[in-house]
Design a protein. Structure first.
Length: 203
């Protein structure tokens, strides 16, 4: 199956003058994105307004403070989380000179991982079929893993963020496998290993 020419939705793909390839996944753009930004803003603003109204009169009991934290506080946190996902959160991957770098950016914390190319054992793509109560036509999900070994000899997997779609699988797997010069394998996710390979979607 040929690899798509360009990156799938929500992905960017670029290269710098030093020959490093930069990939980034961030949920941006589209009508749904605008709606979610509005919902996040309403939740945050509504939670703040409710908290102000509750504390304005003073004299809150212990139960009142608990309600303040759980209700308006929960609304504010939910709103901030949605806004973070829609406006700031992203994951950046750098395929550099012998190192795979992964940088996760979020209001709720940043994380950075670096994996030497020589430590990468393979690229594995695992398929999870749709749940029984999933809508008709749900294709299931694909997750791409970078399998690598630590200097201590421990085997680890780095799950790549994304939409987990078939289109993403076709683009991302060959790209990572080609850069790392390691095998690319496809199979079922944990709990479905017993299923035959013929049950994998041929997309």
């Amino acid at each position: 199956m040929p690899t798509p020419a360009g990156p799938p939705r929500f992905w960017t793909h670029s290269a710098d003058g030093a020959g490093r390839v930069h990939l980034a996944y961030a949920v941006r753009g589209g009508a749904v994105h605008a709606v979610l930004v509005a919902v996040g803003a309403l939740l945050a603003a509504g939670g703040c307004a409710a908290a102000f109204w509750l504390v304005r009169g003073g004299g809150l009991t212990a139960a009142g403070w608990v309600f303040l934290v759980l209700a308006p506080g929960g609304a504010v946190l939910a709103g901030v989380y949605v806004l973070d996902r829609m406006l700031l959160a992203r994951v950046e991957y750098a395929l550099g000179d012998g190192v795979l770098g992964a940088h996760r950016v979020s209001l709720f914390g940043n994380a950075r991982t670096e994996i030497p190319r020589s430590a990468i054992l393979g690229i594995a793509q695992r398929y999870s079929p749709p749940d029984k109560d999933a809508p008709s036509g749900d294709p299931g999900t694909w997750t791409t893993f970078v399998e690598w070994r630590t200097p201590e000899g421990e085997r680890r997997d780095l799950a790549i963020d994304g939409l987990h779609s078939g289109e993403e699988r076709r683009w991302l797997g060959p790209l990572l496998s080609g850069w790392a010069q390691v095998p690319l394998t496809r199979g079922h996710a944990a709990g479905f290993e017993e299923a035959p390979a013929s049950e994998l979607p041929d997309d």
